[in-house]
Design a binder for this molecule. Structure first.
Ligand SMILES: NC(=O)c1ccc[n+]([C@@H]2O[C@H](COP(=O)([O-])OP(=O)(O)OC[C@H]3O[C@@H](n4cnc5c(N)ncnc54)[C@H](OP(=O)(O)O)[C@@H]3O)[C@@H](O)[C@H]2O)c1
Length: 225
C-alpha cells in the first residue's frame, strides 16, 4: 500500500512540475490534472485497490490530462505565475490529503459497506462526470483560434452558469462524505468557497455581456442560487 502511495504521490508532484515548464497550459489543466491524481490516489487508499490497478489509473490519467486535455483547450494562454501557484497548491494539498488518509485516518474494514461511503462515492463519481462533461461542452464552444465568449449550452448548463464548478463541488463533497473526516471536509469547503465564487462571477459576466442570457439559469445550484 505505501509503495502505491509513494508512486502516486511522485506522479502528482512530477506531473505538476512538468506542467510548470509548459507556459501555454491553462490553470484548469493544472487543477484538473492534479486534483484527479489526488482523488485517484486518495480513493485508492480508501477503496483498497491493488497496486497495479491504482498505478494504471494514475498512469492513464496523468498523460491524458497533461498531453491530450491541454491540447484541446481553445483560447488565450494562461499567465505562468498563476499556473505555478496552482501547481504548488495542488501538490501540497495532494500531499496533505494523502498523508492524512494513509498515516492518520483509521477506517474499520467494514467501512466500504457503510452508507456514508456508498453515498459519498456515488456523489464523487456523479460530480466527476458532470465536471468532465461540462468542461467538454465549454471547450467546444470555440472554433480553433477563436477567443470570444459564448453562451454555454447543454448538460447542466441548462440550469446553471457554473455547471463545471457545480460538478467539482459535488465531487469533493462526495469525497468528504466517503472519507468522513475534518481534513477532507475542510478541503471540500475551501473548494466550495473558491470555485463557488468563480461561478458567481461567471454568471454575472454572462448577464452583463449577453442580453439574451437565459433568465431562469442560476449561478451554481440548480433552481436555488
Ligand atoms: N478545485 C479547485 O480549486 C479548482 C480551481 C479552479 C478550477 N478548477 C477546475 O478546473 C476546470 C476549469 O476551471 P476554469 O476556472 O479554468 O474554468 P472556466 O473559466 O470555465 O474555463 C474553462 C475553459 O473554457 C473556456 N470558456 C469558459 N467559458 C467560456 C465561454 N462562455 N465561451 C467560450 N469559452 C469559454 C475558457 O477559456 P478562457 O480561459 O479564455 O476563459 C477555458 O479554456 C473546472 O473543471 C474547474 O472545476 C478547480
Amino acid at each position: 500500500m505505501s509503495l502505491s502511495v509513494v508512486f502516486n504521490l511522485s506522479f502528482s508532484v512530477v506531473s505538476n512540475l512538468s506542467l510548470s515548464v509548459v507556459p501555454t497550459l491553462s490553470l484548469s489543466v493544472v487543477s484538473n490534472m492534479s486534483l484527479s491524481v489526488v482523488s485517484t490516489l486518495s480513493f485508492s487508499v480508501v477503496f483498497n485497490l491493488s497496486f497495479s490497478v491504482v498505478s494504471n489509473l494514475s498512469l492513464s490519467v496523468v498523460p491524458t490530462l497533461t498531453f491530450v486535455y491541454s491540447m484541446l483547450m481553445r483560447g488565450r494562454p494562461f499567465p505562468l505565475h498563476v499556473m505555478l501557484e496552482a501547481g504548488v497548491f495542488c501538490s501540497l494539498n495532494g500531499f496533505a490529503q494523502s498523508h492524512y488518509l494513509v498515516h492518520c485516518a483509521h477506517y474499520h474494514p467494514t467501512w466500504t459497506s457503510d452508507t456514508r461511503f456508498l453515498i459519498g462515492s456515488t456523489l464523487f463519481l456523479l460530480g466527476m462526470a458532470i465536471n468532465v462533461h461540462s468542461d467538454y461542452l465549454l471547450r467546444n464552444l470555440r472554433q480553433p483560434g477563436e477567443v470570444v465568449y459564448k453562451i454555454p449550452k447543454g448538460g447542466l448548463f441548462h440550469y446553471v452558469s457554473g455547471a463545471n464548478y457545480f460538478g467539482e463541488i459535488v465531487e469533493w463533497m462526495g469525497y468528504a462524505i466517503a472519507t468522513w473526516s475534518l481534513t477532507t471536509f475542510s478541503f471540500a469547503f475551501c473548494s466550495l468557497c473558491f470555485i463557488g465564487r468563480r461561478a458567481f462571477h461567471h454568471h454575472r459576466f454572462y448577464h452583463e455581456k449577453f442580453h439574451d442570457y437565459p433568465r431562469s439559469r442560476k449561478a451554481l445550484i440548480p433552481f436555488i442560487f
